[in-house]
Design a binder for this molecule. Structure first.
Ligand code: SF4
Length: 325
């Protein structure tokens, strides 16, 4: 991978993960800094320009490493948590909330993976009921795996613990890390899916639907149970396009090896919507959502469409596996 500039926090310059990540990158400049926030947080940065040529920042995450997931964010387990070992991603989805939440499009990787995994272990041991952890919350879990190797380390950890559930959510078809090993009952690869017209219009730089479906089929042939994430559903005028999309998905993959299905409507705090409208004025999806938010439209329509999706999906998958996020 080629990246022009890598910033490294002084305190982790000798960390083994830092050295390994740097060794996998073709870079021009290596700059040390005291704290990642000096580079990542200033508000006078241009997110769109950085998105074209992102730098990489390697840092240590302190404080709260693992968070309780929002209520209703579940794939059927009682306790739900998420964590972000990385911020930002290779892709450039028009609906991505990171553009509203962050000031910088640079990749920020927290290299103290072991601290994340130790915290996860403590939570698993504390909770009596099964606990699920969502990775890829503020990034894409697999897209940068070739340089981070975070997923590989996490899978090894979960295999050893044989407890807790790890969901690896992604739009990436970079599935080598999963393909090369035996499936684990407590690791769920999960793919975000949308019809190709949505991918073309709103999911810039992401793999096509066909490629994602092929990745799912490959893993299922290797006995992995895979999660399907229809999130966000992006409505258009015609129900037919989503109906034929669901038909295509479930006719291509192995419906006997679906772990769970989630459905989610587009959701974003108004402050993020406003910010993205400014920095990405050509982003008609966000402009449209922003105007609807102002007018408080579409709530009923969304519920109606969600019902339609559930009806279609439950033709293929038992309703007990379908969750609304
Ligand atoms: S894949 Fe996810 S994190 Fe990456 S740009 Fe799209 S929505 Fe954002």
């Amino acid at each position: 991978m080629k990246i022009k500039t890598i910033y490294v926090e002084d305190k982790i310059k000798d960390h083994k993960n830092t050295k390994q990540i740097i060794s996998r990158i073709n870079y021009e400049n290596l700059i040390y800094c005291e704290h990642y926030s000096e580079i990542f947080n200033p508000s006078n940065q241009n997110f769109r320009i950085q998105k074209k040529f992102p730098s990489l920042i390697l840092a240590k995450k302190d404080g709260n490493l693992v968070h309780e997931a929002p209520k209703d964010f579940s794939i059927g387990y009682k306790n739900n948590y998420y964590f972000s070992h990385m911020f930002n991603c290779l892709y450039d989805c028009k609906y991505c909330y990171l553009q509203g939440m962050l000031n910088s499009a640079n990749y920020l990787i927290f290299v103290n993976y072991e601290d994340f995994l130790n915290k996860i272990k403590k939570i698993i041991l504390k909770n009596q009921d099964t606990t699920c952890f969502f990775s890829g919350y503020d990034c894409d879990s697999l897209a940068l795996e070739k340089i981070t190797r975070f997923v590989e380390k996490s899978i090894n950890y979960f295999e050893k613990m044989n407890k807790g559930i790890l969901e690896i959510r992604s739009k990436s078809i970079n599935i080598e890390v999963l393909k090369k090993r035996k499936p684990l009952p407590n690791v769920i690869p999960a793919f975000s899916l949308n019809p190709q017209f949505v991918i073309n219009n709103f999911e810039d730089k992401t793999p096509s639907l066909l490629k994602r479906l092929n990745a799912i089929s490959t893993l299922q042939k290797n006995e992995w149970y895979v999660g399907l994430r229809f999130d966000p559903i992006v409505w258009n005028d015609s129900d037919e396009r989503y109906i034929s999309f669901f038909n295509k998905v479930f006719k291509t993959i192995d419906i006997g090896k679906v772990h769970s299905v989630t459905l989610g409507n587009f959701r974003m705090p108004s402050t993020y919507l406003k910010k993205i409208s400014k920095i990405r004025p050509d982003n008609y999806f966000i402009q449209f959502e922003n105007s609807k938010r102002v007018l408080n439209l579409e709530k009923e329509k969304k519920n109606e469409k969600t019902e339609l999706c559930i009806k279609q999906i439950s033709k293929f998958v038992d309703k007990s596996k379908i969750f609304l996020n």
